[in-house]
Write a protein that binds this ligand. Structure first.
Ligand code: THU
Length: 144
């Protein structure tokens, strides 16, 4: 993937923190998911008073894509920060996908799917799905 595309995904993920609905944790997460067809699907975390009903930013992006018939993916950028910091685009720590989101990635993505965690468009790390979810269970397209 080009550096330009990596930065575009990070920028969109940062923009999505502004859509976050997180009145309980106050932690705003944004994601931008690149599909194999070149389309980018965005997501934010959406909390609920019944906390377990909360949906993470990553899964929001995946479910938007899958619900539109898209099931092949290349990469996802994720950023997160407390509301005030996110509003100022200050992301002082990398926000790693939770275990449930990693399992959703396992369902739809190949082992070399890329996860970009970012503090800024210049400061980011890239991991593969297999790095952050070794020995993953199941998935429609997992061939080792
Ligand atoms: N969150 C995400 O959106 N993605 C993750 O991978 C980790 C956690 C959200 C869920 C909740 O709204 C808030 O961050 C605090 O846990």
């Amino acid at each position: 993937m080009s550096k330009g595309l990596e930065k575009e995904l990070i920028k969109k993920a940062m923009e999505m923190t502004k859509m976050s609905y997180a009145p309980y944790s106050g932690y705003h997460v944004g994601a931008a998911l690149l599909a194999a067809n070149g389309q980018i699907y965005t997501g934010c975390n959406i909390e609920n008073a019944s906390y377990g009903a909360t949906n993470c930013a990553e899964r929001t992006a995946f479910f938007k894509a899958v619900s539109e018939g898209v099931k092949e993916f290349e990469a996802i950028a994720v950023v997160g920060a407390p509301a005030d910091a996110a509003a100022e685009n200050t992301f002082s720590e990398y926000a790693y996908p939770c275990g449930i989101c990693r399992q959703v990635m396992q369902e739809f993505c190949k082992k070399d799917f890329q996860i970009i965690v970012a503090k800024s468009e210049e400061d980011y790390q890239i991991y593969t799905l297999r790095e952050i979810l070794p020995f993953g269970f199941g998935g429609i397209d997992q061939k080792g």
